[in-house]
Design a protein around this ligand. Structure first.
Ligand SMILES: *[C@@H]1O[C@H](CO)[C@@H](O)[C@H](O)[C@H]1NC(C)=O
Ligand SMILES: *[C@@H]1O[C@H](CO)[C@@H](O)[C@H](O)[C@H]1NC(C)=O
Ligand SMILES: *[C@@H]1O[C@H](CO)[C@@H](O)[C@H](O)[C@H]1NC(C)=O
Length: 616
C-alpha cells in the first residue's frame, strides 16, 4: 500500500508540470521578409501607372501580372524553359536527400515559424492575395489564412503520428511476424496549382510535402504569380532559420510548357485545376509513370429540405455561392430547394443578394470583389444567356460600386436565377462564378436524383432539421466531400481528405490521406521473436515416441513458417499443403483439428520406409 503513494504524487506532479509548461510561450524565432517592392504605397511609379491591356501584354516568355480589380500592371516573371525546370527539380532533389534526415522536431519548428509570421501578418498576406486575384479581405482571410492555420496546427499536433510506422495484423500463417507500414518521403513533389487562393494553394501542398520529408517544386498559375513569388520569400526565410537546405521549396512561373516539364521530372504531381488540363497532365504523366493526384473542381449541389430555418440557411447559401466571387472548387453551384419553402427561400436569398455591393476590394468596403481571369465574365454571361434562352429567369442581382475604368469587365454581379433545369449549361458546367441557380424538388428521391445528375462529384451541402434525413440524402450522392447542415466545413477539418470522383478527379490532398500521399508506402515484415522463432522450411523429422514432444514443438514452429517443403520435394508434399490450408483456414474448428492431426501423421510417417522409397 505504502509504495503507491509516491507514484501517485509523482504522476500528479508530472501532470501539473506539463500544464505549467503549456503556459510558457514556445520559443519561436521571428523572420524578416522584404516587402518593400510589394506594398502599394499609392506612389505612382512608372511600373504601376499604366493599365494592363491583355492583347498587348501577352508574351510567350513572360508571365505578366496585373491587378484584376483595377487592371493596374504589377510586373512580370519569366516563363521557365523546360531545361530550367529540370535544373530546378534537380536542385530540389539534392536538397531532399538532406531534408529526409531531418527530425520531426525541426519540421515542427519550421511550421511554428510560419504560423507565427502568418498570424502577425494577416493583413499583408490578405492584401497581396486580394490585389492578385480581386477577392475581398474577408474572403482572403477565410480561404487563405484560416485554412492554412488549420493545416499547420493539425500537422503540428498529429502530423508525426500519421507518418510513424503503422502496425497491422499478420494473419494466421504469419503469426510469428510483425507487419507494419512505413511512410518514407517520395522525393520531389511537383504541384501545379490554381489561381483562386494563391497563398493557400502554395502552402497546402508545400506543408504536406515538407513535413513528410520531401522537397517540393510548385508551379503557380500564370494568373496569380505575383503574390506567389512574395509568399515564397516567407517560406525561404523560415527554412533558413531552421537550417533546412536551400532549394527545398521552389516556386516556378510559366505556362503549359513549364508545367509539362515539371510533370516529367517530379516524383509525384499534385494538380489543382480544370478537367481539361488535368487530362493533359495525366497523359504526360503516363510517359514517365508519374503518380498524380487530380483535384479538378466541381458543380456542388446545395440541398435544402423544408424543415430548416430558412433565414439561417439562406445566409449560408449566399456565402457558399459568393465566397471569393464564387471562385471555389467546392463552391455551391446548384441549389435544390424543397417545394414547401421554395418561395420563402428564394425571397430571402433575393433580399440578401440585392444588398451585396461589388467593387474593387481595396478601395472601399465591398461585399464581393472582382473575377480573377480576363475572359471569365464573358463565360459567365454566356451561361446565363443560355439559361435565359431556355426559360430561366433572373430574380436578383447585386449592385456595382465605383468600378475603375478599364476594369469593368472584371466584375460580375451576384445573380439569382430561377426556373432552371438540367437542360441548361448553367446546371451542367462548372461556372466558378457568383451565380445562384435555384431549382425546386418535391421529394428526397428527386433531390438525390438531381444532385447526382452531374459529371462532377466533388462535394455537397445538405440542410435539414433532421440530421438523419440530411445524412441519408448525402450518403446517396456519388461525391467525395459531404457537409451536413453546413457549407465547406469539411475543408476546415484538416484531418480530413479532400477530393472527388468522376470529372472532379481522384486521389486526395489534405488530411491523413493527403499527407501519406506524399509518401512511399512501404510494407515491412519481420520476425516477432527473432532469433528464437523464425520461418523454417519443414523437413523430415526423426520421430520416435520418446521425442514426440520435441517433434510436436518443432512441427508447430515449422507450421507457422512458410509451408514450403525442402528440395527435393517429397511425394506427399502437396497433400501436406492441402492439409495445411485446411488447418489454417478451415471454417469448422473440428475439421481444422483433424487436419492438424493428419499433418502430424504425415510428418511422423515421413521417415517410414514407405516414404523413403520414393526418392530413387
Ligand atoms: C427545361 O425547361 C424548359 C423551359 O421551362 C422546358 O421547355 C424544357 O422541356 C425543360 N427541360 C427539361 C429537361 O426539363
Ligand atoms: C469613384 O472613383 C472616382 C475615381 O477614382 C473618384 O473620383 C470618385 O470620387 C469615386 N466616387 C465614389 C462615390 O467613391
Ligand atoms: C449516383 O450516380 C452514380 C454514378 O455517377 C451511380 O452509380 C449511383 O447509383 C447514383 N446514385 C443514385 C442514388 O442515383
Amino acid at each position: 500500500m505504502a509504495f503507491w503513494w509516491p507514484l501517485l504524487v509523482l504522476g500528479f506532479a508530472f501532470a501539473i508540470c506539463r500544464f505549467l509548461l503549456m503556459l510558457i510561450p514556445p520559443n519561436v524565432p521571428s523572420i524578416d521578409v522584404d516587402t518593400s517592392d510589394m506594398v502599394d504605397d499609392g506612389n505612382q511609379t512608372k511600373e504601376n501607372s499604366f493599365i494592363y491591356i491583355p492583347s498587348r501584354g501577352r508574351t510567350p516568355d513572360k508571365v505578366q501580372c496585373y491587378e484584376p480589380a483595377t487592371m493596374k500592371y504589377m510586373g512580370f516573371f519569366p516563363a521557365l524553359e523546360p531545361v530550367e525546370v529540370k535544373e530546378r527539380v534537380e536542385q530540389a532533389r539534392k536538397a531532399q536527400k538532406i531534408w529526409a534526415k531531418s527530425s520531426f522536431r525541426q519540421r515542427r519548428q519550421f511550421l511554428r515559424i510560419l504560423l507565427k509570421y502568418i498570424i502577425e501578418h494577416q493583413e499583408l498576406i490578405c492584401e497581396l492575395s486580394s490585389r492578385d486575384t480581386g477577392k475581398t479581405m474577408v474572403d482572403a482571410s477565410l480561404g487563405e489564412i484560416m485554412t492554412t492555420c488549420e493545416k499547420i496546427t493539425w500537422l503540428l499536433s498529429e502530423g508525426e503520428r500519421w507518418l510513424k510506422p503503422e502496425y497491422r495484423s499478420s494473419g494466421r500463417s504469419m503469426l510469428h511476424k510483425t507487419s507494419k507500414v512505413e511512410f518514407h518521403p517520395l522525393g520531389v513533389i511537383g504541384a501545379i496549382v490554381s489561381w483562386n487562393y494563391p497563398f493557400h494553394n502554395i502552402f497546402n501542398p508545400m506543408l504536406a510535402a515538407v513535413f513528410s520529408g520531401n522537397s517540393v517544386v510548385i508551379k503557380v498559375s500564370e494568373h496569380a504569380s505575383w503574390s506567389g513569388c512574395f509568399y515564397f520569400r516567407i517560406i525561404q526565410a523560415a527554412l533558413n532559420v531552421v537550417g533546412a537546405p536551400e532549394n527545398l521549396v521552389d516556386i516556378i512561373t510559366g505556362f503549359a510548357e513549364t508545367g509539362e516539364a515539371l510533370v516529367s521530372s517530379a516524383d509525384k504531381i499534385i494538380f489543382v485545376g480544370s478537367p481539361g488540363i488535368g487530362r493533359m497532365i495525366m497523359r504526360n504523366a503516363a510517359e514517365t509513370l508519374t503518380p498524380v493526384t487530380l483535384e479538378l473542381g466541381g458543380k456542388d449541389a446545395f440541398i435544402v429540405c423544408e424543415d430548416v430555418d430558412v433565414h439561417h440557411v439562406a445566409q449560408v447559401a449566399v456565402r457558399a455561392a459568393l465566397q471569393s466571387s464564387g471562385q471555389n472548387c467546392a463552391g455551391a453551384e446548384r441549389f435544390y430547394v424543397h417545394r414547401g419553402i421554395y418561395s420563402s427561400f428564394v425571397a430571402e436569398v433575393v433580399k440578401i443578394v440585392k444588398s451585396v455591393s461589388v467593387g474593387p476590394p481595396l478601395s472601399g468596403r465591398y461585399d464581393m470583389g472582382a473575377l480573377c481571369l480576363i475572359e471569365h465574365s464573358e463565360k459567365l454571361q454566356s451561361l446565363v444567356i443560355d439559361a435565359l434562352d431556355k426559360g430561366a429567369q433572373i430574380v436578383a442581382r447585386g449592385s456595382f460600386g465605383n468600378l475603375s475604368e478599364g476594369a469593368v469587365d472584371q466584375f460580375f454581379p451576384p445573380t439569382v436565377i430561377v426556373n432552371v433545369n438540367h437542360s441548361m449549361k448553367l446546371m451542367q458546367e462548372e461556372a466558378f462564378g457568383p451565380i445562384m441557380p435555384i431549382m425546386k424538388f418535391s421529394s428526397d428521391e428527386e433531390a438525390v436524383k438531381l444532385a447526382n445528375d452531374s459529371k462532377y462529384g466533388l462535394g455537397c451541402a445538405v440542410f435539414s432539421g433532421s440530421k438523419r434525413r440530411a445524412k441519408e440524402i448525402a450518403s446517396q450522392l456519388h461525391i467525395g466531400v459531404a457537409a451536413i447542415n453546413d457549407f465547406a466545413s469539411n475543408y476546415m477539418c484538416q484531418s480530413l481528405p479532400f477530393g472527388g470522383v468522376k470529372h472532379s478527379g481522384f486521389g486526395r490532398f489534405a488530411g491523413v490521406e493527403g499527407l501519406r500521399a506524399c509518401c512511399l508506402v512501404k510494407s515491412v515484415v519481420e520476425d516477432r521473436w527473432w532469433p528464437y522463432i523464425k520461418t523454417m522450411i519443414p523437413k523430415p523429422i526423426q520421430v520416435s515416441f520418446e521425442n514426440l514432444f520435441t517433434a510436436i514443438i518443432k512441427f508447430a514452429f515449422s507450421l507457422i513458417g512458410f509451408a514450403l517443403l525442402q528440395y527435393p520435394v517429397s511425394e506427399n508434399s502437396f497433400e501436406f499443403q492441402e492439409l495445411l490450408v485446411e488447418a489454417l483456414y478451415g471454417l469448422n474448428v473440428w475439421d481444422r483439428l483433424r487436419a492438424f492431426a493428419n499433418i502430424l501423421k504425415i510428418l511422423t510417417d515421413y521417415n517410414s520406409p514407405a516414404s523413403i522409397k520414393r526418392a530413387d
